[in-house]
Write a protein that binds this ligand. Structure first.
Ligand code: PLP
Length: 388
C-alpha cells in the first residue's frame, strides 16, 4: 500500500540546523555540587528498551524501588516513591501536599535552599515565618524551640544537608519538638541521602525529598519523596485540592498503590536507573556507604589543610558529601574553576548566594566518593593555583 502525502505539504528546510552531527559529550569528573558521575552499572541498566508503565514487570520494579527507598531512608512510610523530575519536583511535592492556603510554615534559612522553600511555600499561599543563621552555621534545638513557641507553625521545614554551604543540620530532638507543637517536620535530604546517615523514622520526619544525581550515583530525573501517616492524615483532611495536579499525592498514590490507576507516563528508564542505584546501595550496605563517604571526605580535608587551604564549616557540622573550601585572598575563584574544567576536565562548584566568590564547593558523592578522585582533584588544584 502506498501512502500519499497531502498535495500542499509545505517544503521543510533543515539546512539551518547546526547540530546534525552525532551527540558528543566530553568526559568530565564531576566534583561539584551535582550532578555527580553516575555509576556505570546504573547507566548500563538504563540502556534497555522501555516497557509499558502498567506492564506487570514494571509494576514489580515499582514495588522494589519503594522497598529499597524505605531502606535508604530508614523509614516504614507506605507513601514512599520516586517523583518524575529532579529534586526540585520532589521538593515542591512536599510543599504542595502539606500546605493549604493560610497554613503556617516555619522555614530554616541558613543557605540557598531554605530560600527556595520560602519561594515555593509562598506560591501555595502559606503563611511563612523564618528562622535565620549565617550561611555555614546550623540551628540549635533551643533556637528551634524558641522559634516554634513564637510562630506555632503547622509545618517546620529544614535542610538537612545545605549544598550551598556544606553544613549538616543536627536532627536529634527536632521530631519530638514538632510533635509537642503538633507540627509536621519537613526535611530536605537532597545532598544527604545515600551519603550521610539519615534516619527518618527515628528522627520523626514527616515529609522528605531527595534527588537521584548525588549520593545515589544516578543521572538526574527520578527524585525520592516520602510522607508519614501523620502527613497523610493532613493530606486526607484537606479543605482544598492539592494545587498542583502533577505532584498531587492523593492521585499519585493510586498509581503507586493497590489500584495502579494511570496518572502519567512514568519515565520508565529512569526507574531502571534508580532501581539499580538503590540495589547498589543495598549491596554495599548503608553503614559501609556512609563510612566510605566520611573517610573520603576526611582524606580531602587533610589534603586541603596540607595545602594551606581551610574549610568554611566547623568540622562537627561539616558534610562529607559537600565541602566548602575558602578561596585564598588574591585568587580569582572563577578563573580556577574555568581552568580546572578546560585543562583537567574536572568540574568544581563555585560559591552561591552569600558565599559567591568566597568558596569553592567540592562534591564527593555516591560513585565519586573515592580517594583516587581526591588525589586527582588535589593534584589538579595545585597545578591550577600555581598558574592563576
Ligand atoms: N535542595 C538541595 C539541598 C539541593 O542541593 C538541590 C540541588 O542541588 C535541590 C534542593 C534541588 O534539586 P534539583 O536541582 O535536582 O532540582
Amino acid at each position: 500500500m502506498t501512502t500519499t502525502l497531502p498535495l500542499k505539504t509545505p517544503a521543510i528546510d533543515n539546512t539551518h540546523l547546526s547540530p546534525l552531527s552525532k551527540l558528543d559529550i566530553p568526559s568530565r569528573l564531576l566534583l561539584g555540587p551535582g550532578p555527580s558521575n553516575a555509576d556505570p552499572t546504573v547507566l548500563a541498566a538504563m540502556d534497555r528498551q522501555p516497557i509499558g508503565h502498567l506492564d506487570s514487570a514494571y509494576l514489580s520494579l515499582m514495588d522494589e524501588v519503594q522497598e529499597l527507598l524505605r531502606y535508604a531512608w530508614q523509614t516504614d512510610n507506605r507513601l514512599t516513591l520516586p517523583v518524575s523530575g529532579t529534586g526540585s519536583a520532589a521538593m515542591e511535592a512536599t510543599i504542595a501536599n502539606a500546605i493549604e492556603p493560610g497554613d503556617k510554615i516555619l522555614i530554616g534559612l541558613n543557605g540557598y535552599f531554605g530560600h527556595r522553600l520560602v519561594d515555593m511555600a509562598s506560591r501555595y499561599g502559606a503563611d511563612i515565618s523564618t528562622i535565620s543563621r549565617s550561611w555555614g552555621e546550623v540551628f540549635t534545638l533551643a533556637e528551634l524551640r524558641s522559634a516554634m513557641e513564637t510562630h506555632r507553625p503547622q509545618v517546620l521545614a529544614l535542610v538537612h544537608a545545605e549544598t550551598s554551604t556544606g553544613a549538616r543540620q543536627p536532627l536529634e530532638g527536632v521530631g519530638d519538638l514538632c510533635r509537642e507543637f503538633d507540627c509536621l517536620l519537613l526535611l530536605d535530604t537532597v545532598t544527604s541521602l545515600g551519603g550521610v546517615p539519615v534516619f527518618l523514622d527515628k528522627w520523626g520526619v514527616d515529609l522528605a525529598y531527595s534527588c537521584s544525581q548525588k549520593g545515589l550515583s544516578c543521572p538526574p530525573g527520578s527524585s525520592p519523596f516520602t510522607m508519614s501517616d501523620r502527613a497523610l492524615d493532613k493530606l486526607n483532611n484537606r479543605q482544598s485540592k492539592v494545587a498542583n495536579w502533577y505532584l498531587d499525592m492523593s492521585l499519585l498514590s493510586k498509581y503507586w498503590g493497590q489500584s495502579r490507576t494511570y496518572h502519567h507516563t512514568a519515565p520508565v528508564n529512569m526507574t531502571y536507573a534508580i532501581r539499580e542505584a538503590l540495589r547498589l546501595l543495598a549491596e554495599e550496605g548503608l553503614a559501609a556507604r556512609w563510612a566510605r563517604h566520611q573517610e573520603t571526605a576526611e582524606y580531602l580535608w587533610d589534603g586541603l589543610e596540607d595545602m594551606g587551604l581551610s574549610c568554611h564549616v566547623e568540622r562537627d557540622y561539616r558534610l562529607p558529601t559537600l565541602t566548602t573550601v575558602r578561596v585564598p585572598a588574591n585568587v580569582n575563584a572563577k578563573a580556577v574553576t574555568t581552568k580546572l574544567i578546560e585543562d583537567h576536565n574536572l568540574e568544581l562548584g563555585g560559591g552561591l548566594g552569600d558565599l559567591a566568590g568566597q568558596v569553592w564547593r567540592v562534591g564527593l558523592m555516591g560513585y565519586n566518593a573515592q580517594k583516587e578522585n581526591v588525589d586527582t582533584f588535589l593534584s589538579a588544584l595545585k597545578q591550577v593555583l600555581a598558574q592563576v
